[in-house]
Structures are given as structure tokens and as C-alpha cells.
Design a protein around this ligand. Structure first.
Ligand code: GTP
Ligand code: SPV
Ligand code: MN
Length: 591
């Protein structure tokens, strides 16, 4: 018997609105999930893969018009426009409910409505928060059961407490009627006409970033699009960093990094706490502490291989749902571009069409077997390098915050901000080439402050202000850095090897945090002395290459400063004065 009145009302209202034939509560048991997996297979929602090679693994194909987050159809609804706009799409709250209630009317006729009680963060932990997602999609249920903690234990922890309401229907998967709407002022999310990842797994971007960022502003903490990584040195000490990179710019890869040979030999080890989202609070000791509220990885498949990210690959070997990858018909396994050099000969592409690997042309994305934004949904427990602090109730203390984007030019391999406010400025001016993680053009440079452009649940200027204010509450502030793994040469090739070798840069960052190494001052902040980035064991990189990677080109940065000024202008009058002061300092340094 559920005594939570808000929960009972929510379900009654959703039932009256959506008119499902039946209601099923997700209890979190393997038994029930197995039944649902079987139903999904019977209904051709999932394909059961080779259970010897990939036990507990399934393949799903979305409809072709539903393969990524849809930023153009994602809304932050509030009473006043300025509380959401200008970066977010805005809808007035009452108008939005009217529109959505129209779309949801009778939408679940003939279908089952699943009730998913889920916890972001370990169940019952004092920083965790609870959501209820109502959905007609078995795919959503099975993914949420990997990405979050679900079931009766969550209901028990909820008791008569408060939760985030989420209502989802895949409806008719119509692109024109697709809406992903957030009501931060009401703790509510409504999502309709999609069945893809970030649009529908409401615990993830919708709750843990958009709604949570708003809660964080009101309650004095932060919800960020960040991985959390532990680096263990030869003495056995573990330091933690959090890093914000835009979608498909390397968070999962850095979160599961394997040290290069020379570091391994010295005794370095790396531990993954989270790969996408961090909830960050000021601890009693005056440091920042970070928790990963998720329980699974929703990772980019293409490019994941035994060399680039063996930990991710191993994580996907059991109990994983693959979405929009290649189906190998000979042995019922999966494949994607960049997995290995043996594309399957008898295969279906992500659209479910017969796929001829010999016609594959790297430059023509339409010949790809797997969609560039194809993904795996895998449980965190599968991860060989999962940190033993993963469920620590207070999280892990942060030594450094790292921002980073995908920039062919301009941004150096790494630089350090001068202080907290300057670091907030560095985050606020982040720019990155767009990727396949959202619909729209790929490879266009756009401003993506703190990698949160698509995920801030309120006004961006207010979000910057919140960062500045948090700084005043942190007695022991972590240092703030910016990295760029993606600088290219004149032929468009990446200069920096990236992946495991990124530890060489993190190593410098940690040394800076402990005042163990010098730096060179530039107009934008501190860069390493080239010889302080360890290049031992690297084939194509020497100290001259590092010099090249660290170059701060004045003319490029003068252009950049103009772009920043324009961007701040677009954000409107809520951009805090502190950041305009930082911009003025940058301009002065560039003269
Ligand atoms: P979301 O899940 O969308 O938030 O993405 P993410 O930030 O976790 O990105 P992910 O680690 O999945 O990497 C995305 C793409 O960038 C993959 O194709 C990777 O192979 C590539 N990538 C990651 N790290 C590096 C790197 O250090 N260098 C280069 N050149 N590519 C990288
Ligand atoms: C991202 O796009 O940043 C993701 C994938 O992590 S999604 O969950 O679809 O947002
Ligand atoms: Mn992400």
C-alpha cells in the first residue's frame, strides 16, 4: 500500500490523462526484469544477442528519426521567460502544460504504463534524490534499470517524501510532435514522441542535470556534466578530479583511463567514479565533494576498442543493451566503426538493412554500419576500474576541476586558471565542435559553457552567478584547468595521441595542485614548461611537439575575446560583473 499522497495523485492523474490498459510497478527484481526482457524480444523491441559470448546482452534499433538528443525540441518551462532563456528554449508553464496534456491525452490506450521508482545516488543516502518515471516503453524501463537504482527499495526510501515527477510516452514517435519539457519550478518532466536515450531516460540529463542544476542553485550545491576520476600514485594516495567535456568529447574515455606503460610501471592506477554527471557539494572540511548519481554508463560505442578504452569494452561484455550498432548475423554479436578491423561480412546496419562493409567510406557517414551516436547501456558494476568509493555517501574530494572541448586550433593542450573566478570565466567561455550526440550539424564550433549549454535548467547568467557564489563558500578551492585533446595539424590529424596518454597531462595538473611544478604565464593563464609534460615512451611526440601544443596564439585569442564578448552579450544582463572583469583582464593581457 502506497501512502505517499503526492505519488498516488500523480499516478491517478497520469492514468486519467494517458488512459493505459494496465499499470505495472517496477519492483526491481531480476524476475520481473527478465519477464520484461522476454516481452521485449517477443515484441521485437530487443534482439537477444549470443548468450555465450555476450551474456545478458541485447540489441535495440531506434526509428531512424530518433537517434540523438533533440535540443531544438527540448524546453525549460517557467513562469517568466528570463528565468530560462535565452540559451534554453522557453515555454510559459501554463501554455506548456496545455500543449502537453493535449498530446498525452489517451496516448497509452492499448498499452501498459510502467511505474519506475528510481534513486539518483545510492538508495537512502542523504544526498540522493528520488524520481518516479511513468512510461509506456519497455526499452526505457530496461535502460533505467541499468542507469539508476530502481524498485521497491526506492519506494521504501521515499516514504512520504518528495520526488521528481516524470511522464514519458513514445506516442507515435512523431518528430513534429516531439517535446522534452522540464518544469524546474514544479519538479516535473514531460517527454513525448521519442524513445532515445537522453530524451527519455528521465533520470539522466532531464533530472540529474536540468532539474538538479535548478535544485542546486536553490539549495547551494552543483549538478554538472562531469566525469569523476581517481588517480592513485605510487605511494597509494588517490587524488580525484572532475572534468566537464561536451557530449562525445571524451568523458567516458578519460573516466576509464588506463595509465600508459611508463606510469603503470611506476605504480600509477586510475579509478572511475563516474563518466557523465557529478553532483557536487561543499563538505564540512571546506573542500568540494563529488558524487556520481548514476548507476550505469550510457556510452558512445564507435571508437571504443581494446586499445582506446579496454575498460569500457569489458564493461559492455554482459548485461548490456546496445542501441543502433551493427548486428553480426553469423554469430549474433555486435560491431561498430573503430571496434576492430574485422567488420562482419553478414550483417545488418543500425537501420536494420543488409550492410556491405566493403562500401564503407570513412568520409561518408551514411555508409557507416553503426550510427555515429550509437550507444551501450552497461551497469557500473561491470567496470574493471570502478572506484571503491563509487557509492561513498559523501562522494570523493576534488583536487581539480577540468574543463575541455574539441578545438582544432586556439585552445592549448592544457592551461591553468589564475583563481576561482578566473576558472569560472575559463569554463564560461568553453567552445567546442558539435558532435553526433545531438541532432543538427556536426563539427561547428559553438560556445558550450561548462559543457552545460544543453543542460542548465535555468538562465545561463544566473548559472554563472551560482558558480561565482559557490567559490565564496569553498574554503579549500580546487584549482581549475582547461584541456584540449583535439588540436590538429595542417592536414587535420590530431597532434596529441590522447586516450591513456592524457594521464601525462593530468599528472601535471595534480603536480600543480600540490605546488610541485612550475608553470609559464601566458595571457590566458598558466601553461606547463614543455619539458614538464612527460613524453617518455611516446613514439610521435617530443618536447617540440608539446611546445607546439601549448602555443597560445595572440591573434587567435584576440578573435576569441571578441567572440566571448558577443556571446556574453547574447546571454543578456544576468552575466555577473565578475566575469566581465575577467574578460577585461584577458583583453588587457592580449594587448
Ligand atoms: P557523452 O556520453 O556524449 O557525454 O560523451 P563523452 O564525453 O563521454 O565522450 P566519449 O568518451 O564517449 O568519447 C567520444 C568520442 O571521442 C569517441 O569517438 C572517442 O574515441 C573520442 N575520444 C575520446 N577521448 C579522446 C582523446 O583523448 N583523443 C581523441 N582524438 N579522441 C578521443
Ligand atoms: C550526452 O549527449 O551528453 C550523453 C548522451 O551523455 S544522452 O544521454 O543522450 O544525453
Ligand atoms: Mn553526456
Amino acid at each position: 500500500m502506497i501512502t505517499n499522497k503526492k505519488l498516488n495523485d500523480f499516478i491517478e492523474e497520469a492514468k486519467a490523462l494517458c488512459q493505459p490498459d494496465s499499470i505495472v510497478w517496477i519492483d526491481g527484481s531480476e524476475e520481473q526484469l527478465n519477464e520484461l526482457r522476454q516481452q521485449a524480444v517477443d515484441q521485437k523491441i530487443l534482439i537477444r544477442l549470443n548468450q555465450e559470448k555476450l551474456p545478458g546482452c541485447y540489441l535495440h534499433r531506434t526509428t531512424v528519426n530518433d537517434v540523438a538528443r533533440v535540443e531544438g525540441r527540448t524546453f525549460i518551462c517557467s513562469k517568466n521567460k528570463e528565468d530560462s532563456a535565452p540559451i534554453n528554449n522557453w515555454m510559459e508553464t501554463t501554455e506548456a502544460y496545455k500543449l502537453l496534456n493535449g498530446l498525452f491525452k489517451g496516448v497509452m490506450k492499448g498499452r501498459t504504463m510502467y511505474v519506475i521508482p528510481y534513486s539518483m545516488g545510492a538508495v537512502g543516502s542523504k544526498f540522493s534524490k528520488i524520481g518516479i518515471e511513468l512510461t509506456d516503453s519497455i526499452y526505457v524501463v530496461l535502460n533505467m534499470a541499468i542507469m539508476t537504482r530502481v524498485g521497491n527499495k526506492v519506494l521504501e526510501a521515499l516514504g512520504d517524501g518528495d520526488f521528481v515527477k516524470g511522464l514519458h510516452s513514445y506516442a507515435e514517435l512523431s518528430e513534429e510532435k516531439r517535446y522534452i519539457c522540464h518544469f524546474p519550478e514544479d519538479n516535473t518532466i514531460m517527454s513525448i514522441n521519442s524513445n532515445y536515450g537522453g530524451n527519455v531516460l528521465l533520470g539522466k540529463k532531464c533530472f540529474a542535470l536540468r532539474i538538479a542544476s535548478y535544485l542546486g542553485k536553490t539549495e547551494g550545491w552543483m549538478a554538472e556534466h562531469m566525469l569523476i576520476l581517481g588517480i592513485q600514485n605510487p605511494k597509494g594516495e588517490i587524488k580525484y578530479v572532475a572534468a566537464a567535456f561536451p557530449s562525445a568529447c571524451g568523458k567516458t574515455n578519460l573516466a576509464m583511463i588506463i595509465p600508459p606503460e611508463i606510469y603503470k610501471k611506476k605504480g600509477y592506477k586510475c579509478w572511475c567514479v563516474g563518466d557523465d554527471i557529478a553532483w557536487i557539494r561543499v563538505g564540512e572540511d571546506g573542500r568540494l565533494w563529488a558524487v556520481n548519481p548514476e548507476n550505469g554508463f550510457f556510452g558512445v560505442a564507435p571508437g571504443t576498442n581494446e586499445k582506446s578504452n579496454p575498460n569500457a569494452l569489458h564493461t559492455t561484455m554482459k548485461n548490456t543493451i546496445f542501441t543502433n550498432v551493427v548486428e553480426n548475423l553469423d554469430d549474433e554479436t555486435v560491431w561498430w566503426e573503430g571496434l576492430d578491423n574485422n567488420p562482419p561480412k553478414n550483417a545488418l546496419n543500425w537501420r536494420g538493412e543488409k550492410w556491405d562493409y566493403t562500401k564503407y567510406d570513412k568520409k561518408d557517414k551514411s555508409t557507416c554500419g553503426a550510427h555515429p551516436n550509437s550507444r551501450f547501456t552497461a551497469p557500473t558494476v561491470n567496470c574493471p576500474c570502478l572506484s571503491d568509493q563509487f557509492e561513498a555517501p559523501n562522494g570523493v574530494p576534488l583536487s581539480a576541476i577540468i574543463f575541455g572541448g574539441r578545438r582544432a586550433k586556439t585552445a592549448p593542450l592544457v592551461y591553468e586558471s589564475r583563481d576561482w573566478n578566473n576558472g569560472v570565466f575559463v569554463g564560461s567561455i568553453m567552445a567546442s565542435e558539435t558532435t553526433a550526440a545531438a541532432t543538427g550539424a556536426v563539427g561547428v564550433v559553438r560556445r558550450d559553457p561548462m559543457a552545460m549549454r544543453p543542460f542548465v535548467g535555468y538562465n545561463m547568467g544566473d548559472y554563472f552567478k551560482h558558480w561565482i557564489e559557490m567559490g565564496t563558500k569553498i574554503k579549500h578551492q580546487p584549482k581549475i584547468f582547461n584541456v584540449n585533446w583535439f588540436r590538429t595539424d595542417d592536414n587535420g590529424n590530431f597532434i596529441w595521441p590522447g586516450f591513456g596518454d592524457n594521464l601525462r597531462v593530468i599528472d601535471w595538473i595534480l603536480k600543480r595542485c600540490e605546488d610541485k611544478v612550475d608553470a609559464v604565464e601566458t595571457p590566458i593563464g598558466f601553461v606547463p614548461k614543455a619539458e614538464d609534460i612527460c613524453v617518455e615512451g611516446l613514439a610521435d611526440v617530443n618536447t617540440d611537439t608539446i611546445k607546439e601544443l601549448l602555443k597560445v596564439d595572440k591573434a587567435n585569442w584576440q578573435e576569441e575575446a571578441k567572440g566571448i564578448e558577443q556571446f556574453y552579450g547574447e546571454l543578456g544582463e544576468r552575466v555577473p560583473k565578475e566575469l566581465y572583469d575577467e574578460l577585461a583582464k584577458l583583453n588587457k593581457n592580449l594587448q
